[in-house]
Design a protein around this ligand. Structure first.
Ligand SMILES: N[C@@H]1[C@@H](O)[C@H](O)[C@@H](COP(=O)(O)O)O[C@@H]1O
Length: 241
C-alpha cells in the first residue's frame, strides 16, 4: 500500500482528484468505481473544476457506484443516486447511459445485484475504484462480518453505520436498514484503488486496515492483498500511523 499523508482535507481532495484526472487523461474510456459519503465531496468539487478548466473530459468514461440504500431512489435527496447527480454528474459531460448505480428501488433486489455485477464484468472491469472507509472499517457497505462477501449483494447495515449516516437524515429512524453494495471481490478486481480517509474518527480503522490482521471483521483490511492501493489521509486520520 502506498500511503500519502496530507495536511488538510483540501489537499486530500485535490490529490484524489488528480488520481481520477490522470486515469481519465491516460485512458479516456476509463471505467471508474465511485464512492459517496462526506469524504469524497471535496474530490468531486476539484474534479468539476478540472473539467470546467478543460483539463479532463468525461465523454467516454463509464462509472459504477459502490452502493445504494434499499428503498431510496433519485427522488430522495438521501439516496446515493441523488448525491452523485448533485456532487458530480450534473456538472460534467459523462453520458447518462454510461452512469451505473445499483437500483435501490428494484423489485427483485437479488436480480439487481446479479445484473449489476454482470454489467461491471461486461464493461471490462473497474480501472480505478475510489473508496472511503467507515468508522468500523467498512468499504462500500461491506460491514464487519464473519466472512468476506464476494459479489454485489444485499447488506444489513451495522448499528454504527446507521448512527454515523443518520447525520444526513432528519432522524435516525429514517436511515434505511438495508443496502446494496459491491462485494469485496468486486472491489478487489479493480486495477487500482484509491482510499480516502479524513478526520480523527477514522484513525483507528485506518491503522487496522494497514497494520491489522486481514479479517472480515475489519473489511478494509483485505486491501492489504491488493497490488495497487493508495491511501490518502489527512493528519487526523493518520494520527496512529
Ligand atoms: N457507504 C458509504 C461508504 O462508501 C463511505 O465510505 C462511508 C464513510 O463515509 P464518510 O465519508 O461520510 O465518513 O460511509 C458510507 O456508509
Amino acid at each position: 500500500m502506498e500511503i500519502i499523508k496530507v495536511k488538510s482535507y483540501r489537499e486530500l481532495s485535490f490529490k484524489a482528484a488528480q488520481f481520477v484526472a490522470s486515469q481519465v487523461i491516460l485512458k479516456p474510456e476509463s471505467i471508474l468505481g465511485l464512492a459517496t459519503g462526506s469524504t469524497p465531496e471535496g474530490m468531486y468539487a476539484e474534479i468539476i473544476k478540472m473539467y470546467q478548466n478543460g483539463i479532463v473530459d468525461f465523454e467516454k468514461v463509464t462509472s459504477f457506484n459502490l452502493d445504494e440504500y434499499i428503498g431510496l431512489g433519485k427522488e430522495s435527496d438521501q439516496s446515493y443516486v441523488y448525491y452523485m447527480q448533485e456532487h458530480l454528474f450534473n456538472h460534467i459531460n459523462i453520458a447518462l447511459s454510461n452512469i451505473n448505480m445499483p437500483n435501490g428501488l428494484a423489485k427483485d433486489i437479488e436480480k439487481e445485484c446479479l445484473e449489476y455485477e454482470e454489467r461491471i464484468a461486461k464493461s471490462g472491469g473497474l480501472d480505478l475504484q475510489i473508496l472511503g472507509i467507515g468508522r468500523n472499517g467498512h468499504i462500500g457497505f461491506n460491514e464487519p462480518d464473519l466472512k468476506f462477501e464476494a459479489r454485489t449483494h444485499v447488506v444489513m447495515l451495522d448499528e454504527q453505520t446507521i448512527e454515523d449516516n443518520s447525520r444526513f437524515f432528519e432522524s435516525i429512524d429514517q436511515v434505511p436498514k438495508m443496502a446494496i453494495s459491491m462485494g469485496v471481490k468486486t472491489i478487489m478486481h479493480a486495477k487500482k484503488i484509491v482510499l480516502l480517509a479524513s478526520g480523527a474518527e477514522k484513525a483507528e480503522s485506518v491503522y487496522k486496515m494497514i497494520y491489522g490482521k486481514i479479517i472480515p471483521e475489519l473489511p478494509a483490511s483485505v486491501l492489504q492483498l491488493h497490488p495497487n492501493v493508495t491511501v490518502i489521509c489527512d493528519e487526523a486520520a493518520a494520527r496512529l500511523l
